[in-house]
Ligand binder design. Structure first.
Ligand SMILES: NC(=O)c1ccc[n+]([C@@H]2O[C@H](COP(=O)([O-])OP(=O)(O)OC[C@H]3O[C@@H](n4cnc5c(N)ncnc54)[C@H](OP(=O)(O)O)[C@@H]3O)[C@@H](O)[C@H]2O)c1
Length: 244
């Protein structure tokens, strides 16, 4: 088994990569920055520096068959589309078209491109699993987060439609991970309240110790990803799965 994980430089993606590597599953990590803490896993961890919001760069990287070389002829392959951004925060007219394009590229186009390439890059695989890291924001609308809400909802609907294709041996789930104690939450708490009126709710979650440590979230997420139940529903919430 081998895994491709995006956004491995920090936060949830770093914790997912660590959890997989600790279970002996080699990881190809993609992010703009390398993660020095993953070098302790030696050859099991390959890191490629890539800006996933730069679709020309991603297209070029995909054309170099690095995914196929990494996956080789493994019969079980995982793709965890974790990298994402909450920016731009604010209502229409306060976002900036470049920031909108960057968010849609990173949060939607890159995961969909990687998912498509996973299938061609793993012809020998009989077990392919794709996990999109979604968000509660895909299912609940928040003022100031219309780009984030729309991009995460796109991942949810992508998963539902992929299931309809019935690709043999392919399972997919778009999973909301809960609220995690990462840089993204620091960014959320530092949002301008006029742009993001729900800011106080996220400040309270931090004050109340309600944020989940990335390692705890990653352990649950990887447990679900590797379980027989994975993909039974195309869309899920880790908080509900963990509560069962
Ligand atoms: N934290 C939460 O409470 C929460 C809740 C629900 C859902 N999520 C979702 O969980 C995922 C991980 O979030 P997080 O909290 O771990 O975020 P984070 O701490 O901000 O980390 C984001 C990761 O994505 C990578 N990334 C960002 N822009 C990139 C780009 N242009 N190209 C390649 N990689 C890029 C970053 O690496 P580089 O900067 O090195 O590129 C980093 O490794 C996201 O999809 C987020 O939407 C988080």
């Amino acid at each position: 088994m081998k895994a491709i994980v995006t956004g491995t430089s920090r936060g949830l993606g770093a914790a997912i990569a660590t959890t997989l590597l600790e279970r002996g599953i080699p990881v190809l990590g993609l992010a703009r920055q390398p993660n020095p803490t993953l070098t302790r896993f030696g050859v099991d961890c390959t890191q490629s520096a890539l800006d996933l919001s730069d679709l020309a760069a991603l297209t070029h990287w995909l054309s170099r068959d690095e995914m196929a070389r990494f996956l080789a002829d493994d019969d079980a392959v995982l793709l965890i589309n974790n990298a994402g951004t909450v920016a731009p925060v604010g209502p229409l007219g306060m976002q900036g078209s470049a920031a909108v394009a960057q968010a849609v590229s990173l949060n939607v186009a890159a995961p969909l491109m990687l998912a498509d390439t996973l299938v061609t890059a793993s012809p020998a695989a009989t077990d392919r699993r794709i996990l999109h890291v979604s968000s509660g924001a895909a299912r609940n609308a928040y003022a100031g987060w219309n780009v984030y809400c729309a991009t995460k909802a796109a991942l949810d609907h992508h998963a539902r439609a992929v299931v309809e294709d019935g690709v043999p041996g392919l399972r997919i789930c778009s999973l909301a991970p809960g609220v995690i104690d990462t840089d993204m939450q620091v960014q959320v708490r530092s949002s301008d309240e006029t742009r993001f009126p729900a800011r106080e709710r996220f400040e309270a979650l931090k004050r109340d110790g309600a944020l989940v440590p990335p390692a705890v979230c990653a352990e649950r997420l990887v447990g679900y990803l590797l379980s027989a139940d994975f993909g039974r529903a195309p869309v899920g919430d880790l908080r509900e799965l963990s509560a069962r």
